[in-house]
Design a protein around this ligand. Structure first.
Ligand SMILES: [Zn+2]
Length: 377
């Protein structure tokens, strides 16, 4: 047990401080030099680390520097209602390849497509060690069975992705909610990205076809029974409101998602052709008043929903992920104004910030999903 904890601590130090010498590992971890040597030897033998050339220093010392072995790789799959991305990344989260294809209509077809592409990647990975496959999905995953409990925008509830993917590829498969994966990505890769240490309490809100929330409480992901914790996107703001993909009416996501903004625009301009959210952002940037109004309404509703999050969880910050962060000057201040409007006395007012490296957050989360068992304390 102690040995496992020490080993993870050493791996984490190397990951965040590499290249690093054994002497610095001992100094920074507070462990004995002999303990460090044993752990490092084991990690070198297992192929987690590589050792650089000896560096001559004054007084004859010749320390060698340790790095994570970049031939250790992870396959990441990000499933969305419209498209699936498959990527290969090294242990440092550097992406070596990425491919995108439209999401097939059924789980069976989706698994078939994913397996073909994973096998193609595996064939190109000779000389590398594939640590596993991390999969993120806009839905909830049962913590023990791994089956999908709630996937309103894909209609895949009750299905099992893990077993057939593992059976066809022989690789370990870890499946997680996309927003939870983004929480892990932030913990894993964003140390210092927001100007201070990663806090123990923060919330990631993913905004796309729907609204997803990943919640870190006291340093741990909130999962809840059946993995269902955090579905703020499906709290009804108005029982008389539009129908939601979950079967209820007036959920936060039917007012604050990309789809909601497109609906606001279509309602105000029924003659307009069908647009994508990207089109809407572009129209607004060009000064189209109806597009600006639709996005303002979306921002306002995002803020209304975030007030629930803040009152319930008192996060240090809220990190937003989605295409809207490309127009953050439009959204950020509108959301924060809404959030500040009804803050409780005594409550911390959390900054609402766009995610660091937004476009890669879900994929980086899939990498963290696979690696976390070796690194996390
Ligand atoms: Zn709903």
């Amino acid at each position: 047990m102690v040995r496992q904890i020490n080993r993870r601590a050493v791996l984490n130090l190397i990951r965040t401080r590499q290249p690093i010498s054994r002497a610095d590992l001992a100094r920074m971890s507070g462990m004995q030099r002999s303990t460090i040597s044993l752990i490092v030897e084991e990690l070198l033998q297992e192929g987690w680390l590589v050792e650089g050339d000896a560096v001559p220093l004054p007084r004859g010392r010749r320390p060698t520097f340790l790095r994570l072995n970049e031939s250790r790789v992870v396959i990441g799959i990000d499933i969305r209602p419209t498209q699936i991305t498959i990527a290969l990344a090294d242990v440092n989260g550097r992406f070596l390849s990425q491919e995108v294809f439209p999401t097939p209509g059924s789980v069976q077809l989706a698994v078939k497509e994913m397996v073909i592409r994973v096998q193609r990647i595996v064939a190109l990975c000779s000389g590398k060690t594939i640590e596993g496959i991390g999969v993120s999905i806009p839905g909830r995953v049962h913590p023990t069975t791994g089956s999908l409990t709630f996937v309103p925008n894909l209609k895949w509830a009750g299905e099992d992705l893990v077993t057939p993917l593992h059976a066809a590829t022989g690789l370990a498969v870890v499946l997680e909610n996309a927003a939870n994966a983004c929480v892990l990505a932030s913990l894993w890769f964003d140390q210092g990205a927001y100007g201070s240490a990663t806090p123990d309490d923060f919330v990631v809100v993913t905004v796309s076809e729907g609204i997803g929330c990943g919640i870190l409480v006291n340093g741990r992901l909130a999962k809840g029974m059946n993995g269902m914790a955090g579905e703020f996107g499906h709290i009804s703001l108005n029982p008389e409101g539009p129908k939601c993909g979950c079967g209820n009416t007036g959920c936060w996501e039917v007012y604050g998602s990309n789809r909601a903004a497109l609906r606001y625009y279509a309602e105000a301009n029924p003659q307009a052709a069908t647009l994508s959210f990207q089109d809407l952002l572009r129209l607004a940037a060009q000064g189209d008043e109806l597009a600006v109004a639709a996005l303002d309404q979306m921002a306002h509703k995002l803020g209304v929903g975030m007030r629930m999050l803040i009152t319930a969880l008192a996060p240090e910050r809220i990190v937003v992920i989605g295409d809207l962060t490309k127009s953050w000057s439009r959204f950020g201040s509108a959301i924060e104004a809404e959030v500040a409007g009804q803050a409780l006395p005594g409550a911390h007012r959390p900054p609402v910030v766009p995610a660091h490296q937004d476009g890669l957050a879900r994929l980086r989360g899939t990498v963290a999903l696979v690696l976390q068992k070796h690194f996390s304390a």
